[in-house]
Design a protein around this ligand. Structure first.
Ligand code: IVH
Length: 670
């Protein structure tokens, strides 16, 4: 055992470190260490605190669930606190958990409910008289962030509880669950972000958390969020005697409940469940990091109670992480479409959780420096589900002294031009617009599924046509002839015909697809749709200046600047000229957003009866209108709810049309 003095010091240190990681994880959705490392720190602290009790325990991170919610959301107090779970890391620890409970329950056999432990974001939902009224994040366990509007965008979440004749209707119920993103939609979301020049999410959990904690529900609505419900909190109007009944009721009321939940009549059945779930884990469409065991009988649960932040009647059994040790043979540098250089570790191939891995992204130079990764190092790598493998850390004790420090090249590995690091960016870039690596990536993007979707023109063919000197930009595709293609090695008549036909077929693309395909930085599919809907033609988009562009909803100065710069670039102008010359005509897009309220702006004052401000805002924006906080002489309408503020007086003095809530509803549903 540590002496008292060193223990105090270590306790203080651990509390600071854990608080720091809590903030990274809960508030910034940007963790620096793996869950395993975090759990290890927390355990060490718990053990030291048990051996060396002190007076500051109440504010120790072991006593809290997460960090306090961010100030920017309203806060909601949970009717009953949201607790967290103690962990078991081996079958042995699961058996110890059961033994503890048996002792407390005077030898009575305990039966359990076993559930998969989803890796997402815990939420607390409140239903009153069957209607969804509010939802919050866990926050510090007592108070969370009000994310009601964002939760409403999750299609799987019922806003109204379905009646069920077998069970009394709950007059009030708190329901807990996990919001998550499935692996495949997560991969696509990250691809879209990369293509739009945005930072990809580290994992589905961060993507789900980041999406739910958006101030603008419209952003949340575009994210592929899902939910499973697994727990009832405070309940009035209906009585449950087992947790299994809760899960069945939730399902019959229309809530998504994980289909893998099972009743286990003893701990052996739980161990089997843990083992079997581990086996099918890789085939599930979402990530799980373990299973949760809960005592089924609710009276027993109450009798067992909680210790500090964890209920005694439940435990999270964590799977061993998919981590492996291997050696970094080399570090390569890849050049992306926007010129960003990404260092990639080339490793001794190794099987990580059933998948052979030989490459891992090292993200950027800062990451390499922070982890002090060198060529020749023995490292621990980790794979979470389908996420790109990454280096967790270097095993420095295995160093021989022959490892080589990696240095970002000063010249682009593809075109040898000077590499720059733009201010405020972690990335190094090749800014040579005619860099072959960028052009190949650019052509591949142009022809990709989200772009013009030219069949047969994937990564390999794009590179081949470029290397043969047949194309040097996407417009050149429209000047390819069968003759030129046939001259290429190993290119048969049939494939040449198909390719030419596919290219020809892409000549009249919807405008938004074409804009997206151009690969303008910060212009992803969604922004491209908005540009097409608002400006209608390529000519208008090219002619729009920053002021005009920023007046469009969702387009800020950064996106606007990027669009203007793109069309000012002489090389890009030339390419657009070539598209025209080839008879290429983008079609005006039919967009879903209707435009009845285009150009109209609304300001709300007072309280609306039938909807929240945010719901009203979404209604206006769906029809192409805009909502502002302050009245100016450009404001089209002021909508006055009950107890309107000084804005009503101001509207009247400026002669702006004032609408009642009813008139507003009539206007938008016209
Ligand atoms: S029950 C007091 N059930 O794991 C019981 N939690 O470490 C509270 N989680 O905060 C939670 N799947 O975010 C429960 N089937 C499940 C779960 C689950 C995932 C998460 C949840 C919770 C954390 C506890």
């Amino acid at each position: 055992m540590m002496d008292n003095n060193s223990a105090r010091k270590r306790i203080a240190e651990l509390r600071t470190i854990i608080e720091y990681h809590n903030r990274r994880y809960y508030q910034q959705d940007n963790p620096e260490i793996s869950d395993i490392e975090y759990d290890r720190l927390l355990r060490e602290l718990q053990e030291l605190e048990a051996q060396h009790p002190d007076d500051n325990i109440a504010s120790s991170p072991t006593q809290r669930v997460g960090a306090a919610p961010l100030a920017r959301f309203d806060q909601l107090i949970h009717p009953s606190p949201m607790q967290s779970l103690a962990n078991a890391f081996s079958p042995q620890e699961i058996l110890e958990f059961d033994a503890r409970l048996m002792k407390q329950a005077d030898g009575e056999n305990i039966s359990y409910v076993a559930e998969p432990k989803l890796d997402g974001l815990a939420v607390n939902l409140i239903y009153e008289n069957g209607r969804f009224v509010s939802g919050a994040t866990r926050g510090d366990g007592f108070t969370g962030e009000d994310i009601t509007q964002n939760l409403k965008t999750i299609a799987a979440l019922p806003l109204q509880i379905k009646e069920n004749s077998n069970r009394p209707f709950p007059l009030f119920i708190e329901i807990r669950g996990e919001v998550y993103i499935e692996t495949e939609p997560f991969r696509k979301l990250n691809l879209r972000r990369l293509e739009a020049g945005e930072e990809p999410f580290a994992n589905p959990r961060n993507a789900a958390a980041g999406s739910l904690r958006q101030l603008d529900p419209k952003t949340t609505a575009r994210r592929p969020l899902n939910i499973f419900l697994y727990q009832a909190g405070e309940t009035r109007g209906t009585v449950f005697s087992t947790h299994w009944e809760v899960l069945q009721a939730l399902q019959s009321w229309g809530f998504p409940v994980n289909p893998l939940v099972r009743q286990c009549s003893n701990i052996q059945a739980c161990l089997d469940y843990f083992e079997n779930t581990g086996k099918i884990r890789a085939s599930l469409p979402y990530e799980i990091d373990g299973v949760v065991l809960k005592v089924d009988n609710l009276t027993t649960q109450t009798r067992l109670g909680s210790v500090s932040r964890n209920p005694r009647w439940a435990i999270a059994c964590k799977f061993p992480p998919s981590q492996e040790t291997t050696v970094i043979n080399d570090i390569l540098v890849q050049v992306g479409r926007t010129g960003v250089l990404t260092p990639v570790a080339v490793m001794q191939p190794v099987n990580v959780g059933g998948v052979m891995v030989s490459r891992a992204t090292l993200h950027n130079q800062d990451e390499i420096s922070k982890k002090d990764i060198r060529i020749g190092d023995t490292v621990i790598i980790q794979r979470a589900g389908d996420v790109i493998p990454e280096v967790v850390k270097v095993i420095t004790s295995r160093r021989t002294g022959r490892e080589k420090i990696f240095q970002m090249p000063e010249q682009c590995p593809e075109c040898l031009s000077q590499i720059v690091r733009l201010e405020g960016e972690a990335a190094y870039r090749c800014i040579n617009l005619s860099c072959p690596a960028q052009i190949k990536e650019h052509i591949r993007h142009f022809a990709s599924r989200g772009g013009l979707d030219i069949e047969g023109l994937g990564e390999k063919v794009s590179a081949r046509l470029f290397d043969a000197g047949l194309i040097s930009n996407p417009a050149d595709l429209y000047f390819l002839t069968a003759e030129k293609l046939l001259a290429l090695d190993r290119y048969g008549e049939k494939s040449v015909q198909n390719l030419i036909a596919a290219i020809e077929k892409s000549k009249n693309p919807p405008l938004d697809r074409f804009i997206y395909a151009l690969g303008i930085r910060h212009v992803g599919e969604h922004i491209a749709k908005i540009l097409a809907a608002e400006l209608g033609s390529l000519e208008n988009i090219m002619a729009a200046d920053i002021e005009h562009l920023t007046a469009i909803n969702e387009i800020g100065p950064e996106i606007a600047g990027s669009i203007v710069r793109f069309f000012q670039e002489p090389q890009n102008k030339e390419v657009i000229g070539k598209f025209r010359q080839a008879g290429f005509i983008p079609q005006k897009t039919a967009v879903i957003i209707d435009s009845r309220l285009r150009g109209q702006s609304f300001v709300f004052t007072g309280t609306l009866q039938g909807m929240s401000r945010n719901e009203a805002k979404i209604l206006v924006e769906k029809s192409g209108g805009a909502v502002h906080t302050n009245i100016t002489n450009k404001t089209s309408y002021v909508v006055a709810g009950s107890e309107p503020g000084s804005k009503l007086t101001k509207a009247k003095s400026l002669g702006i049309t004032v609408l009642s809530e009813e008139e507003f509803l009539q206007l938008i549903s016209r």
